[in-house]
Design a protein around this ligand. Structure first.
Ligand SMILES: [Zn+2]
Ligand SMILES: [Zn+2]
Length: 254
């Protein structure tokens, strides 16, 4: 069953201000953490007991006393859009704290094995990289407790990049896109060891994201929220007016 309205906490974490999203079913308390890239202590303190600095913004309670009518949150899974270190570097800390499985598309397993050395180039001291417990499968719907999550495999930024769709019964659906799509931009396709390719990225967006309902809320890995309809109309790289004759001259995928 889809959620009526998910409770979503957004934490911008680490030097690259990566969006870590915590999604909770307010009816059951079941919770998943998407892209636990950094600042695990801050996330754990808020999820477990509304302590500490908290999220940058939330659709849920702002303080512990506002949550008195909600069930205690229970983290049931850790999931990732892709394996760049800013998204996955501190998953090991969350995994050992919560004792739940971590899900990643297997085409990013090699990239994940490099997280520690990639982070070092940014002066970060990351733990030994996590190895995924479960392999995301393209097109499959997962039930994490009472949270339903549909996996869209969207390579182009990385080989195993996925967009994670959480349907809602009451209000728009939510899609967590990692670095595949941003408000007014798209993910880089030139990062080492990632298998990036612009034409593959554009095809992923055109074939997997544009068919979603226009009002679907897009949660990118960096920067502000947007919607599928807004990006489809205005995105200069992959929107309907991009491509041949468009500002950037990329070929438009038929
Ligand atoms: Zn990335
Ligand atoms: Zn990123």
């Amino acid at each position: 069953m889809a959620l009526s309205q998910p409770w979503i906490d957004h934490f911008f974490v680490g030097p690259l201000q990566q969006r870590c999203s915590v999604v909770t079913d307010p009816k059951t308390g079941d919770t998943i953490i998407i892209d636990g890239g950094d600042e695990p202590e801050r996330i754990i303190a808020w999820v477990d007991g509304f302590q500490g600095a908290g999220p940058n913004w939330t659709t849920g309670p702002q303080h512990a006393d506002e949550a008195s009518d909600l069930p205690q949150r229970k983290v049931v899974a850790l999931v990732n859009t892709h394996a760049h270190f800013d998204h996955s570097g501190f998953v090991p800390v969350l995994r050992s704290h919560y004792g739940v499985d971590w899900y990643l598309h297997p085409d990013d397993n090699f990239l994940q094995s490099l997280a520690q050395s990639s982070g070092r180039r940014y002066g970060l001291n990351l733990p030994e990289p996590a190895v995924a417990d479960q392999a995301f499968e393209a097109g499959k719907t997962y039930s994490f407790g009472s949270i339903e999550l549909h996996v869209l495999h969207t390579p182009g930024h990385t080989l195993g990049g996925c967009c994670l769709l959480i349907p809602a019964d009451d209000g728009p659906d939510h899609v967590f896109v990692g670095d595949t799509l941003f408000a007014g931009s798209v993910g880089r396709t030139d990062i080492a060891n990632s298998g990036g390719d612009f034409s593959v990225l554009a095809h992923s967006i055109h074939s997997q994201l544009w068919p979603l309902p226009e009002d679907t809320v897009v949660h990118p890995g960096h920067g502000p929220l947007t919607t599928i309809g807004h990006e489809r109309r205005t995105n200069p790289f992959v929107g309907d007016d991009a491509g041949a004759g468009g500002t950037f001259g990329f070929g438009k995928y038929a």
